[in-house]
Design a protein around this ligand. Structure first.
Ligand code: AKB
Length: 318
């Protein structure tokens, strides 16, 4: 197996690339990056290529050179940043996906993983235990590109028999690479502030509840879905996946069990409206039934592990 990972320096890409290298052999996983240079663990552990997913020729060149049979396409602009520059979100998220699917189909790539998001949902969607098949009414450009992307993936699977798979990720919490420009970023930022002994100003209200997932589960979902027997799959790139749901205040309280002096003040900004448009919890029974999805981390396990890892990493950087 030979794999190309786009967005390899991002929050998910940086850890997924290393996980794929451990699983399938370092030399078989090519890390594609664009603006952010590769950090040493990624640079030193396997092949890499600089490419812009909005540039079809660069993508074609990388596929010609490295001959991947699988692409994990992660390069994207997230919800909050997408509202600052909707045109860029459209160009990178949908233009990038279109290029990847086209190049994959023409270049003999067998399988593509593409992450969708809870951002496909909106104010008209049921908020609790959101069903797999329901109203999609995104209010952000990011959400619009995720809905269109899901249909585009379906189209390529049906029309060109490309094996495209993906999940609707909730907010992802991780210790290695901070997220950039998402609405769920406050959940990660809280940990950084707590570990540094700083007071945190949270950009959503304390009672804001969103679905979240810890990085080990995020990686497990991607790899498990990609390895699943195709005959057991009933969907393409839109599997709901859930792990835990909590309010901003509940997260702060859980962190306080380990860092009692941790203080948070709440100053909601434009991201509140985005958070309010998304579900509080997700029904992921299709993923459970089709490919055995089951998360390993709940709130307390995640907080304990996240604090320990972040402390180790930040101390090592001092
Ligand atoms: C964001 O907040 O934009 C992302 C997402 C939920 O897809 N983390």
């Amino acid at each position: 197996m030979r794999i190309l990972v786009t967005g390899a320096t991002g929050q998910i890409g940086s850890e997924l690339t290393l996980a794929l290298r451990r699983r399938y052999g370092s030399e078989n996983v090519v890390a594609a990056f664009h603006r952010t240079p590769l950090p040493p663990p990624l640079k030193d552990s396997g092949p890499s290529v600089r490419l812009d997913v909005t540039d079809r020729a660069e993508l074609e060149e990388a596929v010609r050179e490295y001959k991947p049979n699988v692409i994990y396409h992660l390069a994207a602009i997230l919800s909050a940043k997408g509202e600052e520059n909707p045109a860029a979100a459209w160009r990178v998220n949908l233009g990038g996906l279109y290029n990847v699917l086209e190049v994959a189909r023409a270049g003999g790539v067998r399988q593509v993983f593409w992450p969708s998001s809870i951002a496909v949902f909106g104010p008209k969607t049921p908020k609790d235990n959101t069903p797999q098949d329901t109203v999609l009414s995104p209010t952000t450009m990011y959400g619009v590109t995720k809905v269109a992307g899901e249909y585009l993936c379906d189209y390529y699977a049906r029309r060109f028999r490309l094996d495209v798979r993906g999940v609707r990720y909730p907010g992802i919490i991780s210790s290695e690479t901070p997220p950039g420009g998402g609405t769920t970023d406050y959940a990660v930022e809280m940990f950084y502030a707590a570990v540094k002994g700083e007071r945190y100003t949270c950009f959503v209200r304390p009672d804001t509840v969103l679905p979240m997932m810890y990085m080990p589960d995020c990686l497990k979902a991607a790899i498990q879905l990609m390895e699943a027997d195709p005959s057991s799959l009933t969907r393409r790139a839109d599997y709901n996946v859930a792990a835990m749901s909590f309010s901003a205040e509940e997260l702060a309280a859980e962190i306080r069990k380990h860092v009692p002096s941790f203080q948070v003040e709440y100053r909601p900004d434009f991201r509140q409206e985005i958070a309010d448009s998304w579900p509080r919890s997700i029904d992921d029974s299709a993923a459970r039934e089709d490919w055995g999805w089951e998360p390993s981390y709940d709130l307390s396990r995640m907080v304990e592990d996240m604090l320990a890892r972040l402390k180790r990493r930040l101390q090592a950087e001092l």
